[in-house]
Write a protein that binds this ligand. Structure first.
Ligand SMILES: [Zn+2]
Length: 79
């Protein structure tokens, strides 16, 4: 319950205070990482455009970077 409230408060403050800030949220533990924190997470893999394309039905134009959250979940972000 308190974790859900914290997550909601984080989203609100992000929307209000940093409207254009890049951030990535973990779907498992709800931690969020901004553009400065993301590169410090352990890198799991970089998926090149050709690899991403295999999973999409529309043209892919980005590389997907996989990094490990502090909780152990793997997060993906376009780079
Ligand atoms: Zn996590």
């Amino acid at each position: 319950m308190s974790a859900a409230l914290t997550a909601r408060a984080t989203q609100v403050s992000d929307a209000v205070g940093r409207p254009h800030a890049w951030s990535k949220a973990c779907g498992v533990c709800r931690r969020t990482y901004d553009a400065g924190q993301w590169p410090r997470l352990p890198s799991v893999a970089m998926l090149p455009v050709q690899s991403v394309q295999a999973h999409l039905s529309v043209p892919a134009a980005w590389t997907v970077e996989l990094r490990q959250c502090a909780c152990g979940a793997v997060l993906a972000a376009r780079v």
